[in-house]
Design a protein around this ligand. Structure first.
Ligand SMILES: *Cc1c(COP(=O)(O)O)cnc(C)c1O
Length: 386
């Protein structure tokens, strides 16, 4: 890559930090460096005030109360705290956990770790469009089911699960519901006042905040209990010990404040770009969309091209930074577990591409992406033909 960087079409992997967020964070690194837990002097008070303002900003975006928000290092940690923390409430390592085959590894591997300790699990199949069938969920619930974990927006295919309906099923049975909302914040309205969700994982770096900071919503009314996974100074209601990174908290707060203010206009703009991209791709021909198109955030298009003869598409794309399957699985050659769960063959998974758009995507970037893809797909199809 001689100087020129490829077009960024991978907002689902991470987003740039919004320049307004960067500005907001800077003073908290050098001048206002105090420890939010230092209760005896002004350095601590200032940091504590900043952290609490940020906590309220994070809470506001999802309709939560500030006191329900626990700071973590990101959605991976939030998922671990929610899932292991719920399971470990059981006096003995017994109980049943229900989740989806299309969840993020940070959920699936937590469940697998608990299985090794004696818990049981059901990984629900999804429909070919990526959505969960509620009857399938109802059928899977057992007397000893202690937790259901379902993501709100899928990181690979962008489909939106009906969390309100899933939550209603869980409430009926008195089962704790955890929702991984790492890909949902700032992309669709979330109102935890009415949404029957007990635990929700959030992260800053998919919503124009810094990496290394996230939060777990832990409902206090009705009260949801958890076993802490990090022991120490007893910060965060004892649920997550460790000195709070003031600059990171402030950054996530500002990122979520901006998201709340600009979500409507931003989503409308990105929806137009998504339509333009879809039209352009349709012009290439032999393309299908992975996952339901209607129940989807506008930021995501995951598409599969016919006739590539088993060749992988993503590594051939030089001028566009996109993802095949998910960022984690694209390093290895194993096809994405999400696309496999939709019923894609290995060949179709290799011929699939996740294009994710965001705040800084422009119309001309969409057009350039389509042109690049057209050339690349034509080349691979010709090779497959020989
Ligand atoms: C990115 C992501 C995670 C991991 O979040 P980190 O903050 O990077 O730990 C978890 N779940 C989903 C759905 C994600 O997209």
């Amino acid at each position: 890559m001689s100087g020129r960087m490829p077009i960024y079409m991978d907002y689902g992997a991470t987003t740039p930090v919004d320049p307004r967020v960067v500005q907001c964070m800077l003073p908290w690194l050098a001048e206002d460096f105090g420890n939010a837990a230092s209760g005896g002097h002004v350095y601590g008070w200032r940091a504590q005030e900043a952290v609490e303002t940020a906590r309220a900003q994070v809470a506001a975006l999802v309709g939560a109360e500030a006191a329900d928000i626990v700071w973590t290092s990101g959605a991976t940690e939030s998922n671990n705290l929610a899932i292991k923390g719920t399971a470990q409430l059981e006096p003995r390592p017994r109980g049943h956990i229900v989740t989806l085959r299309t969840e993020h590894k940070a959920v699936l591997d937590c469940v697998h770790a608990l299985e090794a300790q004696g818990f049981e699990s059901t990984l629900l199949e999804v429909r070919a469009d990526g959505l969960l069938d509620l009857d399938r969920l109802r059928d899977a619930l057992r007397e000893d089911t202690i937790l259901v974990s379902v993501m709100m927006v899928n990181n690979e295919i962008g489909v939106v699960q009906d969390i309100a309906a899933i939550g209603a099923v869980c409430r009926e049975r008195g089962i704790t519901l955890h929702v991984d909302a790492a890909q949902a914040s700032g992309k669709l309205p979330i109102d935890l006042r009415s949404l029957p969700v007990d635990l929700m994982s959030l992260t800053a770096h998919k919503t124009y905040g810094p990496k290394g900071i996230g939060a777990l919503f832990v409902r206090r009314r009705p009260r949801v209990r958890l076993v802490p996974q990090m022991h120490g100074g007893g910060q965060e209601r004892g649920l997550r010990s460790g000195t709070l990174p003031t600059h990171q908290c402030v950054g996530m707060g500002e990122a979520f404040r901006i998201a709340q203010e600009e979500m409507d206009s931003e989503c409308a703009r990105i929806a137009i770009l998504q339509r333009r991209l879809l039209q352009g791709l349709a012009g290439i021909g032999g393309v299908s969309v992975n996952g339901d198109l209607k129940h989807r955030v506008p930021h995501n298009l995951n598409v599969c091209f016919d006739g590539l003869g088993g060749q992988a598409l993503a590594p051939e794309l030089k001028a566009v930074a996109a993802s095949s399957g998910s960022a984690c699985s694209s390093a290895s050659r194993t096809p994405s577990h999400v696309l496999k769960a939709l019923g894609c063959s290995d060949e179709q998974a290799h011929a699939s591409l996740r294009l994710t758009l965001g705040r800084f995507t422009t119309e001309s970037e969409i057009d350039d992406t389509v042109r690049e893809l057209q050339a690349c797909v034509a080349r691979l199809r010709e090779l497959a033909h020989d």
